[in-house]
Design a protein around this ligand. Structure first.
Ligand code: SF4
Ligand code: FE
Length: 483
C-alpha cells in the first residue's frame, strides 16, 4: 500500500543509519537541520500520490499485482508510462525546486529488470526471479530505493582490477555458501539516507579480469556494514542558523548526496543480482544511465520553471519587466527549458519494449537530452543572474533585516516598486541565489553537468547511436554517387 508523507517520515525514523556529518555521528538524521529539507523533498513524492489532482501522474498499476503503486516503484509498461514519468518529475521539480531523490531507484529497477531477464536467458542464471521478488516487496511497502552506481574509480586510466587499492570499485571480497561479502564505496549517492533499501550496480563496462567487480545486489539501507558520510553543499550551514528562513532561499526543500561505504557488507544470495557476469555490466550501466538521462529532462525543467518564475518576479519587483530585453531574456529561458523537456518527452515517446516487457527509452534521444542538460541550465542560470542584479549576492542577512536599527535601513533601501517591499525582493533574490550558487545549485548546475554521467559519456553514446554511416548513404543517394 502507498504510504503518505507522514508515514514515510515515520518509516525513516525507524531506520538505523550509521552516518557522519561535519565530524560528528548523527543519531537522528531526519531532524538534523542540514538534512531535513531533503527528507521533505522525498516526502513530496509520497504526498502527491494521494492528491487526486496528481494521482494520474504519480501512480501506476503494477504489472505484478494489478494494484495501484507509486510510480517511483513501477516498471514502465509502455511509452505512455515513460512519458508520464517525465511529467511526474517536472511536477516534482516545480513543487520542490530541488532534487527529490527518488528517481535513482526507479531508474535502477527498470534497468535491472530488463538486464537480469536477458542475463538469465543467456546464462541460465536466476537473477530475474530474485529481482522480481524484491520488486514485489518494494511495491507493497512503497520503499524509496537508492540506485547506487558511481564508484570512486581512483586512477581513471586503470581498470578496476589494476588499481593500487583494489577497493576503489565495489567488489566481492568473499564468496560463501550463504552469500557474498562486498567492500568498496559509492560516491555522490543521491538520497541514500532517505532510502529504505539500496540497489547497487557496477559503474562501467568490464572485462573478464574484473569479474569480482561485476556485482549487483540489494541491501537494507541501514544494514550493518554500511557507513554514510554526508556531502556538503554550498551555503549548507545557513540551515544551522537559528530562525533561518529568508537567507535559505528555499527553507523547506533540498537535495542530498552522501558517500556510501561498504565495510565488508554481507549480502545473502537471494539479494545478489549479478556476480561475475562481466559481459552484462556494460548493458546495465548503459540502460540505467539512459533512464537517468531521460529523468533530467523532467526534473531539471521543473526546477527551471521555478527559476524562470523567480527571475520574472525579480524583474517585476524592479519595475524592469516591461523592458524589451528582459522580456526577450525570459523568452530565451523558456525556450531552453522547454527544449530540455521536449528531449525528455521525445526519448520517452520513442521508447521500445525489451525482452522482459519493460520499456526502455530511445537511447540516442536520452543522451541528446542529457547533453543539453549539461549546457542549458547554466545558460538559464546566467540569464537569471543577469535579470536579478547584484543584490542577490550582496544583500544583508535576515538578522540585519530584523535588527531594530539596521532593519529600518534595509527595508528602506532594498525596496523596489511600490508593490515590492524589501522582504519580497530579498526572498526572491535568495531563491535565485539558492538555485544558482547555493544548496540547490548542486542539483541544478554541477549535477546537470556530471549526474547520470559526465558530458563525454553522452558523446560516446551519441557517437555509437548516431548512425553516421546511414547518413552517408542518404547523402550519396541524393547526390547520385555510386560506388
Ligand atoms: Fe530525480 Fe533529478 Fe534528483 Fe536525479 S537529479 S534524483 S532525476 S530529481
Ligand atoms: Fe542524479
Amino acid at each position: 500500500t502507498m504510504m503518505t508523507g507522514a508515514q514515510y517520515e515515520e518509516s525513516l525514523r525507524k531506520m538505523n543509519f550509521k552516518v557522519y556529518l561535519m565530524g560528528e555521528e548523527v543519531k537522528n538524521p531526519v531532524d538534523h537541520p542540514m538534512i531535513r529539507p531533503s527528507v521533505n523533498s522525498v516526502k513530496m513524492t509520497y504526498d502527491l500520490a494521494h492528491d487526486p489532482q496528481y494521482q494520474q501522474l504519480m501512480t501506476a498499476v503494477s504489472h505484478l499485482t494489478g494494484e495501484t503503486v507509486n510510480r517511483f516503484c513501477h516498471l514502465h509498461q509502455n511509452t505512455e508510462d515513460l512519458v508520464k514519468k517525465v511529467k511526474m518529475q517536472r511536477l516534482l521539480g516545480q513543487k520542490t525546486a530541488s532534487c527529490f531523490q527518488r528517481c535513482v531507484g526507479m531508474d535502477a529497477i527498470n534497468a535491472v529488470d530488463s538486464v537480469t531477464f536477458e542475463m538469465d536467458q543467456k546464462l541460465g542464471t536466476e537473477y530475474h526471479e530474485r529481482f522480481t521478488r524484491f520488486l514485489r516487496k518494494m511495491q507493497q511497502e512503497d520503499w524509496t530505493v537508492d540506485g547506487a552506481m558511481t564508484d570512486p574509480k581512483g586512477d581513471r586510466s586503470k581498470a578496476p582490477h589494476q588499481q593500487d587499492d583494489p577497493d576503489l570499485f565495489v567488489r566481492v571480497v568473499e564468496k560463501r555458501d550463504d552469500g557474498i561479502v562486498v567492500r568498496g564505496a559509492k560516491c555522490h549517492q543521491t538520497g541514500a539516507l532517505n532510502s529504505h533499501w539500496v540497489l547497487v550496480m557496477p559503474t562501467i563496462a568490464m572485462g573478464p579480469e574484473d569479474a569480482d567487480y561485476a556485482v549487483s545486489f540489494v541491501a537494507p539501507a541501514d544494514a550493518e556494514g554500511i557507513i554514510y558520510i554526508y556531502g556538503r553543499q554550498s551555503c549548507d550551514t545557513r540551515k544551522m542558523e537559528p530562525g533561518a528562513d529568508i537567507d535559505l532561499g528555499n527553507s523547506q526543500f533540498g537535495g542530498q548526496e552522501v558517500l556510501m561505504v561498504f565495510d565488508d557488507l554481507f549480502i545473502p544470495w537471494e539479494n545478489v543480482l549479478m556476480c561475475g557476469e562481466t559481459e552484462f555490466s556494460g548493458m546495465l550501466v548503459e540502460r540505467f544511465a539512459g533512464y537517468h538521462r531521460q529523468s533530467y529532462g523532467g526534473c531539471k525543467s521543473g526546477v527551471g520553471d521555478v527559476l524562470i518564475g523567480a527571475a520574472a518576479l525579480a524583474a517585476e519587483y524592479n519595475g524592469a519587466d516591461k523592458a524589451s530585453h528582459i522580456k526577450d531574456k525570459l523568452i530565451e529561458m523558456v525556450h531552453l527549458n522547454e527544449t530540455l523537456y521536449a528531449c525528455g518527452i521525445a526519448c520517452s515517446a520513442e521508447g521500445h519494449r525489451t525482452a522482459s516487457g519493460t520499456y526502455l527509452i530511445d537511447l540516442l534521444l536520452a543522451n541528446v537530452c542529457k547533453q543539453n542538460v549539461t549546457r542549458f541550465p547554466y545558460e538559464i542560470a546566467r540569464l537569471a543572474e543577469d535579470i536579478a542584479g547584484g543584490m542577490m549576492v550582496t544583500q544583508p542577512s535576515q538578522q540585519d533585516f530584523e535588527h531594530p536599527v539596521a532593519g529600518k535601513f534595509v527595508a528602506k533601501y532594498f525596496r523596489g516598486t511600490d508593490k515590492a517591499p524589501a522582504e519580497s525582493r530579498m526572498r526572491i533574490m535568495r531563491l535565485i541565489e539558492n538555485l544558482t550558487l547555493g544548496t540547490a545549485a548542486v542539483g541544478y548546475r554541477t549535477e546537470s553537468m556530471h549526474g547520470a554521467g559526465s558530458p563525454q559519456a553522452q558523446r560516446v553514446m551519441i557517437a555509437r547511436q548516431g548512425n553516421i554511416e546511414g547518413k552517408k548513404k542518404l547523402a550519396k543517394a541524393i547526390a547520385h554517387i555510386q560506388e
